[in-house]
Design a protein around this ligand. Structure first.
Ligand SMILES: N[C@@H](CCC(=O)N[C@@H](CSC=O)C(=O)NCC(=O)O)C(=O)O
Length: 281
């Protein structure tokens, strides 16, 4: 059970409930919030990791995923994107580092290491707590995300084999060691340790696989009018790594779509069906 769990809001939604909670996180050492859509009959759990500047509310409000999730029996867990209120100097000075930019890893460098522990928080606290509450296991848990959260989805799925049965992403940061967002985050949170950076880079992780880690295949959607495509996202690096590892990847490139939630809302049903096909089989 999650310590100090408080229900902050609950809204009827397509026969289920969209809920928002706060709890006292032992891993983060601060209160954390999360969203949970509970369908009428929960059969599987899908975790969505949001991008830079987002919160536990962004996907729930903007993606329009609840109608199909209710039909398929998918519970949707939407964690926040970083600790908040830690009081670390400069934590809110940038939109791509610090608050709302946790990059889904455990920081090892100061002054971030005490609270910026998003990987341990998700894997060892929030996810087990919610799975227990819903009576669901890793066998019926999938992971997806957007941009920084797409990086989180790919890297956490690769770093924790067996924790997620299906994975997908919208416009993920695919090669953080090669892009400004990733280089800034990794230098700040992990210091100058190249091996630590590689251990959180989806393309480097995929290249290091000795067998295809996701036999069910990985789905990625990417807009071609996305202003971050060439400089920050680099899906071609992950595509090449999947090819080298023998990992089945469906990478769909869509003309006319940018980086925002109109793009996500346009393709979110395909992601729900991708996960349902594997989680409910
Ligand atoms: N403030 C920035 C843009 C921030 C932005 O685009 N955030 C994306 C995620 S980017 C990668 O992780 C997002 O999902 N925003 C929320 C939304 O509702 O669109 C700028 O000024 O460029």
């Amino acid at each position: 059970m999650l310590e100090g769990l408080e229900l902050l809001a609950e809204h009827g939604c397509f026969g289920g409930q969209q809920r928002f909670y706060r709890h006292a996180s032992a891993q983060i050492g601060l209160p954390m919030r999360f969203g949970l859509f509970v369908p009428p009959q929960p059969r599987a759990l899908l975790v969505y990791l949001a991008g830079l500047t987002c919160s536990e509310e962004t996907f729930a409000i903007k993606a329009g995923a609840q109608r199909l999730a209710a039909e398929l029996g998918l519970a949707l867990l939407t964690p926040d994107t970083s600790p908040r209120g830690a009081g670390v100097m400069g934590e809110a000075d940038s939109w791509d580092f610090g608050v709302a930019a946790g990059f889904y890893l455990d920081a090892s460098a100061q002054p971030w290491a005490q609270h910026w522990r998003m990987e341990s928080y998700l894997l060892h606290e929030l996810l087990p707590g919610v799975q227990k509450e819903l009576g669901l296991s890793a066998q019926s848990t999938g992971l997806f995300g957007h941009s920084m959260g797409g990086h989180g989805a790919l890297t956490l799925a690769l770093r924790h084999p067996g924790s997620f049965r299906s994975v997908s992403a919208f416009a993920p940061v695919c090669a953080p060691m090669q892009c400004p967002w990733g280089q800034k985050a990794f230098a700040g949170y992990l210091g100058a340790n190249h091996a630590a950076h590689a251990a959180h880079d989806a393309s480097a992780l995929m290249l290091s696989q000795t067998r295809p880690p996701f036999p069910a295949g990985i789905l990625i959607d990417q807009g071609l009018a996305d202003p971050f495509l060439a400089t920050q996202l680099m899906p071609e690096a992950f595509e090449a790594a999947c090819l080298a590892a023998g990992q089945d990847l469906t990478l769909r490139r869509h003309a006319g779509y940018d980086h925002g939630y109109y793009f996500i809302a346009s393709f979110v049903n395909d992601h729900l069906r991708h996960h349902a096909a594997h989680l409910l089989a």
